[in-house]
Design a protein around this ligand. Sequence first.
Ligand SMILES: [Zn+2]
Length: 595
Amino acid sequence: MTHMPLSRTTAASGQSIFSRRAQALAMLAPAVLLAACTASVPLPPWTPPAPRPAPSAPAPAVQTLPVAPPAAIAPAPVAQPAPYSAAVAARFPAPSVVYNTPGLQAQRTSFTTQAEIEAWLRDQAASASRSPGVSAAVLPIGRSQRGETLQALVLARATGTDPAALLATGRPTVLLVGQQHGDEPAGSEALLVVARELAQGLLQPVLERINVVIVPRANPDGAASNQRATTGGLDMNRDHLLLNTPEAQALARLMRDYQPTVVADAHEYTAAGRFLEKFGAVQKYDALLQYATTANLPEFLTKAAEEWYRRPLLAALKTQGLSTEWYYTTSTDLADKKVSMGGTRPDTGRNVNGLKNAVSLLIETRGVGLGRLHIQRRVHTQVTALTSVLASTAQRASELGQLRPYIDKEISALACREEAIVESAPTAAQYELVMLDPVSGADKPITVDWDSALALRSIKARPRPCGYWLSAGSSTAAERLRLHGVQVMRLAESGSLLGDSYSETARAAAARQDVRGTIAGSKSIVQVQVGLTRGVVDVPRGSYYVPLNQPLGNLVFAALEPDTQSSFFANQVLDGLQSTVRVIAEPILKLEELP
Ligand SMILES: [Zn+2]
């Protein structure tokens, strides 16, 4: 089987998205180089921000639909009956470009297999490596619960593909992740296309500005059985703080080692299903987008996500005749008609990667429950969005290079100072969504009760300590924090600390919730209310100290304040409230690095 570069297999109008981008990238070069000369400026430069979109302002509806595909293109086989009428289906014509990954071949009934992904990535690495100056490799980054090897393709103009070689380029690294949810195939197929375009197609020039790491399929076991969760039943995209699954651990290790400046996470959302049951309507938008929206994120990070990424993304999708909205979902409880933006808890990849100071973007195409229906359009939407993320990073490479150290420093400097938000919640609003009539396919505007994640309310705040002491028995927590890239110290001698100890004032066993309902596969959590008692605490040699004056201070805070549903304590990664002390003055103790 031959995999031809996109540029040789597409209709003219499809080819142009890449040619236009290549031209745009070439035009950017002088500006990017000029901006690089100002690297000593401590604050990132910033264009005056446009007003933040109000939660109640709907995105402009796309009025004109893309042209119908050429008659020569055979429709992809549909493995399951369409969940809606032909009139609805007609609202989503195939794009004029045809993508031809193994799983997208016209005669196929199954998506690209794990073995085909590995072979495809190896082909791309081999092709890319033939370009002078480019290093490319397929790296095993872990194993799934069923023992499948998780693969990452690394592409960079660097002396190698190890983290040090990429960091030495001084260029920002972009991490693209697909199919954390096994029943959302468009992301992984699109990432195979993006990998090929980077290796031997029209995206090659971006490697002069950025490094790229691609994990096309983060949950191969779920993909093999067309299920959302991992094979053990856990939703890995609620596991990015706790790291109970090997799949989430693999992504955390990759984040820690390659320190991407930008992460894009490709998903698909339910087009009919419970939306049809609740609202009598089918979902319309080709892409739903959201960046990290969790407490304590640096303002500049959110501004970068909005201005440097989301706005160009909206424009790129619009150019392709693809419609977009903020990401939203609704609970599995059919009586509950509220629609919520993506959650605000620090457990999804989107939010945890934000707490790791990366610009973190969620890209969702309408695909869950559709089988292979509209698959070319879904992949085209993902390819367009992911290409926009790469182009934005290339365009902003210099500013991003300044942004990250600034944010890292800003967060470190907050240790022992000010309050941090322990728990936040979205703001209730009304919002108009455009859905589709399931029979006629006509637009059906519906005003919904809407939880906006763009305006977070603080539910509970607490002064930020200087760090946390952890008991010597807390080795699992210490290991998980280190897997995130957190610096964890060990006490080389016994001593004492001034700190706040937690005491339990109320307790309940509860199920972990997200905006959809109970999180799949999660054990019951221990939900407590706590009081704080200040005092001198004797601490033994061999116990741990986690300072907050480090770039991942906000992530540490999210993991170790015990009275939230996402915390290490609530999820029994820590065995009791007495295992943690909030240290409120810099400890004068002999500390050692862990080996
Ligand atoms: Zn998903």
